[in-house]
Design a protein around this ligand. Structure first.
Ligand code: 26Q
Length: 751
């Protein structure tokens, strides 16, 4: 094959590529590998100082379209293929690389995209799972999990580097870590290096599958192995590289390397760095600790206590005895430092790395991390005022906020070409290079109105066609679209949306809700396989969809669709075709949210609570252009302290009673699983581990229904409503991950 080292050569090669008689998968692999050759030829010499993003998850999605776009050949490829009689959309058959659960994993992918786009040397380290997040089927309304064998289409975007393999040693086995490099194209070519575990059958299990939960239930041996496996591979490689380039002068290690810990999952990297420095290179412990303190930075993504990882000391001792020793010594030096700082005993206990026979990964990360950041302003404030309150008292300078962002390349240019073209026409093309130019749309709202209404209608049409194809559900064209798509969690309150829909449905049926603009509610969500209540909520939504969609009294006005196997590619369709973004978590619990930003940038209004980044969204786009409802953090705090009585609310409100009682009055069937009774009990009597309705669904339900109805009424004034949507686009530049990455680059990584 000819050497492809430029765009012209790529297009020539593509032109001579025979398409007849080839399957989509064959063509996909062929075109992708041509593009890889072209893309890799653009790589330059590595940077002196690099930042590394250690993450258990990289939720990349589909690479094909995105990479062709980043390489500047998507349009030409589309045209060339068309001439050959191939519709480029056939490659949508290639499924996503879903090496992540949700927000945290997708954020990692957006960050890599932005860094490459900004010419900043940020590289990823993670795990090359054989199976990504399970594929979700829906059977009789229930979630069923199927394996996600994403590599069956081939993996043309990775390069296996067997010569750079490493040994990872556990007390009971030795595992080979083989790197696969996925280039990240942009202004520069960065690398996402994913490690695959090889060796014995036991060894291979380490990279076999992604934990399909986005919280911890219990410490699991395999999870510990996974975390150590990729952290140790990354740290070992960086140390080897350092020795090769700079000799054994580890004082300068942190001058060349900044390591970002994406939540607590890679935190063992800290202990591993110290272990290797002290054992292999005989660096004194205190010195090694100092180097670690200059190298690592930590991002927290959740305040949910169950997701803060702790490892049982005996487990660590058994499979990673040297790491166990390092952790204990870190605890000693931590204790000494706390003494110097004058911490009380309780304060020291609160921040302890080791307590109750467990190692706290969060406390270790906060102790060693140069910086600690939350992912939205409110979230960082909560870290300072509660979760890490004591640490904030003693180390105030460590704490920073880095509000999340999303890459506009995938989430606007790629998924919404129509809107992108309209922006070009309205404000020129400068926004494509520098997203802050989007702000210029603020003074061209009227000029964009007609065009925007057309674009939204077209994106809806495309979404409805896609839904028809994948779910079989028909949605009439004039419907407005409310979407709630995200992982299924009680705190995200999909159940509250379900109740709100039932109340609206009843109002439509009995005529108390009037002048209702036809509306569809779109849900997409995977539940952790072992999360019973979340699974019951999926069944409940599907039961509601069946009832509502088949009721001829109301189905010209109201529909409900639960899309199965919600993933990055589905999200690309949904964010572009949605009018109303539902972001309704209990205030204080959604660290940031990033779906909210994708919807905003595509011109949806937010119907949400004052939580996570919603607060910053309405701050920037205006409360008058969005719909905020429900209890704010301080009120939630008061409710928690006081005697919140959801049963009283239920009793006092006939509509609420109607909606909630459908769980238990035979309106719907959970097939005898008891799942619906479980949901009902959680709201009305609570459980051994929580008070009734601890996510305050019933407290916020009334104001939620009102907000939904207000939106519906406002949407009848098409132009005024479109103006609100446009103002959201115009003020969304702040939520570009380009902005976030620039902040990390300056405030944390100094790259
Ligand atoms: C931990 C231990 C064992 C098994 C699983 C886990 C685990 C896995 C994934 C714990 C947490 C996660 C993922 C968390 C996550 O996605 N958090 C989201 O991060 C987004 C990016 O910052 C935020 O926008 C969301 O608000 C937050 O929920």
């Amino acid at each position: 094959m000819a050497n492809i080292n430029g765009k012209t050569e790529f297009l020539q090669a593509l032109n001579t590529c025979k398409t007849e008689g080839k399957s989509t998968v064959e063509l996909y692999n062929e075109i992708s590998s041509l593009a890889m050759q072209y893309g890799l030829s653009q790589a330059r010499a590595p940077a002196e100082r690099n930042a590394y993003y250690l993450s258990m998850e990289f939720l990349i999605g589909r690479s094909f379209f995105n990479n062709l776009m980043e390489l500047g050949v998507l349009d030409e490829t589309r045209e060339l293929l068309k001439e050959k009689g191939v519709d480029i959309n056939v490659f949508e058959e290639i499924e996503d690389a879903a090496l992540g659960n949700g927000g945290l994993g997708r954020l990692a992918a957006c960050f890599l995209d932005s860094a490459a786009g900004l010419d900043l040397p940020l590289h990823g380290y993670g795990i090359r799972y054989k199976y990504g997040l399970f594929k979700q089927a829906i059977e009789n309304g229930f979630q069923v999990e199927l394996p996600d064998d994403w590599q069956r289409f081939g993996d043309p975007w990775s390069v296996r580097k067997p010569r750079e393999k490493r040994k990872i040693v556990f007390a009971d086995m030795v595992v080979t870590a083989v790197p696969y490099d996925m280039p990240v194209f942009g202004k520069r070519v960065n690398v996402l290096r994913l490690w695959q575990a090889e060796g014995s059958a036991e060894a291979q299990k380490i990279s076999e599958y992604l934990y399909p939960a986005d919280d911890t239930e219990e410490g699991k041996l395999l999870r510990l192995r996974q975390e150590y496996f990729f952290s140790a591979a990354a740290v070992g490689e960086l140390l080897d590289k350092h020795v090769k380039l700079h000799g054994k002068s580890f004082d300068s290690f942190a001058d060349y390397n900044a390591i970002q810990l994406n939540d607590t999952h890679p935190v063992l990297a800290i202990a591993e760095l110290i272990r290797v420095l002290t054992t292999k290179y005989k660096v004194a412990f205190g010195k090694a600790e100092e180097i670690a303190k200059k190298t690592f930075a930590y991002t927290n993504h959740t305040v949910m206590p169950e997701a803060l990882e702790c490892w049982g000391a005996s487990l660590v001792k058994k499979i990673l005895p040297d790491i166990y020793d390092v952790l204990l010594r870190l605890q000693e030096s931590q204790t000494a430092e706390f003494k110097r700082l004058g911490c009380s005993e309780e304060e020291a206990a609160d921040m302890a790395i080791y307590a109750n026979d467990r190692f706290s990964m969060a406390n270790l990360a906060v102790y060693v991390g140069r910086t600690v950041n939350g992912v939205a302003k409110l979230h960082t404030d909560i870290l300072k005022s509660s979760l890490f309150k004591t640490a904030y008292k003693y180390y105030p300078d460590k704490f920073q906020n880095k509000t999340n962002g999303i890459t506009q390349r995938r989430w606007l240019m790629l998924c919404n070409r129509e809107l992108s073209d309209l922006l070009d026409k309205t404000i020129g093309t400068a926004w494509r290079e520098d997203i802050t130019h989007l702000g210029e749309l603020n003074t061209h709202v009227d000029a964009a109105l007609n065009g925007f209404v057309k674009v939204k209608a077209e994106k809806k049409k495309q979404l409805f066609a896609y839904i028809k194809k994948h779910e079989g559900a028909e949605i009439p064209e004039n419907f407005i679209v409310y979407s709630q798509v995200k992982r299924l969690h009680e705190y995200k309150r999909q159940l509250m949306t379900a109740f709100a829909i039932l109340e609206i449905y009843k109002g439509l049926a009995d005529g108390t809700v009037k002048d209702f603009h036809p509306s569809v509610f779109v849900f997409g969500a995977k539940s952790a396989p072992s999360y019973k209540r979340a699974k019951a909520i999926i069944k409940f939504i599907n039961e509601i969809a069946n009832k509502v969609n088949s009721d001829t009294r109301t189905n010209a006005l109201l529909r409900v669709v639960f899309v199965k196997n919600y993933n990055v590619s589905y999200a690309e369709k949904i964010v572009a075709g949605t009018d109303v973004s539902l972001q309704v978590s209990t205030a204080g619990l959604e660290a940031s949210g990033t779906g909210n930003m994708k919807f905003m940038m595509n011109g949806a209004v937010t119907c949400g609570t004052m939580d996570g980044a919603n607060i910053e969204i309405v701050e920037l786009a205006g409360k008058e252009n969005n719909y905020i409802f429900g209890a704010e953090v301080d009120e939630i705090e008061r409710l928690k302290q006081g005697d919140y009585n959801p049963s009283a609310i239920l009793k006092a409100d006939a509509l609420h009673s109607y909606a909630v009682n459908t769980l238990i009055d035979g309106t719907f069937s959970d097939d005898g699983t008891g799942g619906f009774q479980g949901l009902y009990d959680a709201l009305t009597v609570g459980a051994s581990w929580h008070k009734p309705d601890h996510y305050f669904v019933l407290h916020d339900l009334k104001s939620y229904v009102n907000a939904l109805l207000q939106i519906n009424a406002d949407s009848n004034n098409e132009k005024a409503f479109a103006a609100k949507q446009i103002k959201n686009i115009a003020n969304s530049a702040h939520f570009s991950s380009d902005r976030t990455i620039k902040e990390y680059a300056v405030d944390v990584w100094q790259i």
